[in-house]
Structures are given as structure tokens and as C-alpha cells.
Design a protein around this ligand. Structure first.
Ligand SMILES: CC(C)(COP(=O)(O)OP(=O)(O)OC[C@H]1O[C@@H](n2cnc3c(N)ncnc32)[C@H](O)[C@@H]1OP(=O)(O)O)[C@@H](O)C(=O)NCCC(=O)NCCS
Length: 137
């Protein structure tokens, strides 16, 4: 098992999303999206991608997206390792005395996985609900 940095391909991306039943996007959009991520991780086992995670952001605000572990590899600590690597990337680049905000949208029922990794459910005493708008064409 190895964790590769910034090597995620379109084929790996669509195959991993499909493995957990997520809809995919067209190739051009995926390729742009991967290129525009600031950091991505692919977990490789026997030469095949079995998990991924991506970080997008601007140095102050970050978003973790596309955390996927293939079903047959879940529950082995791989998702945790990917989250740890993505958070370390942000931590390493946050200046002493500064701060950064890492956000994500948990799948229903997966909140606990992230809470264990230090994320807080929102709304809470200091902020309102997260919101999003999907644009379809
Ligand atoms: C959610 C997911 C990324 C977790 O990855 P994983 O490699 O299976 O998780 P790990 O083995 O690292 O588990 C770490 C911990 O989270 C817990 N956990 C894992 N999945 C969980 C879930 N669905 N609900 C609650 N806790 C969960 C584990 O029990 C473990 O707890 P521990 O640290 O106390 O032992 C993975 O199951 C997955 O890809 N699921 C399908 C796609 C998905 O939902 N992605 C997340 C989008 S928000």
C-alpha cells in the first residue's frame, strides 16, 4: 500500500466514485478539477487505485472533497490516513499565529467519521448552517 501525492488520473477518479455509487462528471470537467486541486492523494494497492481524497482552497479557506475508499478496503484506516495527510498539508502551510478553515460536506451518516478527526458539526455557537447551491446545465 502506498499513498501517492498529486498523481490522481481521470480514470482513477471516475472508477473510485463509481465504486461507492456516486455520479460522475464529464472528462473535461474532471481533468480541470483535478488540475485545480491544490493537493490530492491516491492510495495504491497492487498498482491499482483503491482510495482518494482532494483538497481545494486558497491558503485561508480549504475544502476537502472526493474522500472515497473502495468498499472492500473500508474500515482499515485508509480514509483516516488520507484525511490526516490533507490536514497536514494545511497545517504545514498555516503561519504561526495565523489560522485556516477546512470545510467539507459529510455524506449522511458519515458525520461521526469526521467528528473523530476533529471536525465540528455546523451550525454551532459560532456559526450558522453550511449552505450550497448546485448549478445544472
Ligand atoms: C467514509 C469513508 C471515507 C471512511 O474511510 P475508511 O477507510 O473506511 O475509514 P477508516 O477505516 O479510516 O475509519 C476510521 C474511523 O472512522 C469510523 N468510521 C468509518 N466509517 C464510518 C461511518 N460511516 N460512520 C461512522 N464512523 C465511521 C471507523 O469506525 C473508524 O473509527 P475508529 O477510528 O474509532 O476506529 C469510507 O467508508 C468511504 O469511502 N465511504 C463511501 C464514500 C463516502 O461516504 N465518502 C465520504 C464522503 S463525506
Amino acid at each position: 500500500m502506498e499513498y501517492r501525492e498529486n498523481s490522481l488520473t481521470y480514470e482513477e477518479y471516475v472508477s473510485l466514485r463509481s465504486s461507492v455509487g456516486w455520479n460522475n462528471f464529464d472528462e473535461g470537467q474532471v481533468s480541470n478539477s483535478i488540475n485545480n486541486s491544490i493537493y490530492n492523494i491516491t492510495a495504491i494497492d497492487n498498482g491499482r487505485a483503491i482510495a482518494m481524497g482532494r483538497l481545494i482552497g486558497d491558503g485561508i479557506y480549504f475544502m476537502i472533497v472526493d474522500i472515497v475508499v473502495k468498499p472492500e478496503f473500508q474500515g482499515k484506516g485508509i480514509g483516516s490516513k488520507i484525511i490526516e495527510m490533507l490536514l497536514k498539508y494545511v497545517d504545514d502551510r498555516t503561519p504561526i499565529g495565523g489560522r485556516a478553515s477546512v470545510q467539507l460536506i459529510a455524506e449522511q451518516g458519515k458525520e461521526e467519521f469526521y467528528i473523530k478527526r476533529g471536525f465540528k458539526l455546523i451550525p454551532h455557537e459560532f456559526c450558522g448552517s453550511g449552505m450550497r447551491k448546485i448549478i445544472r446545465k
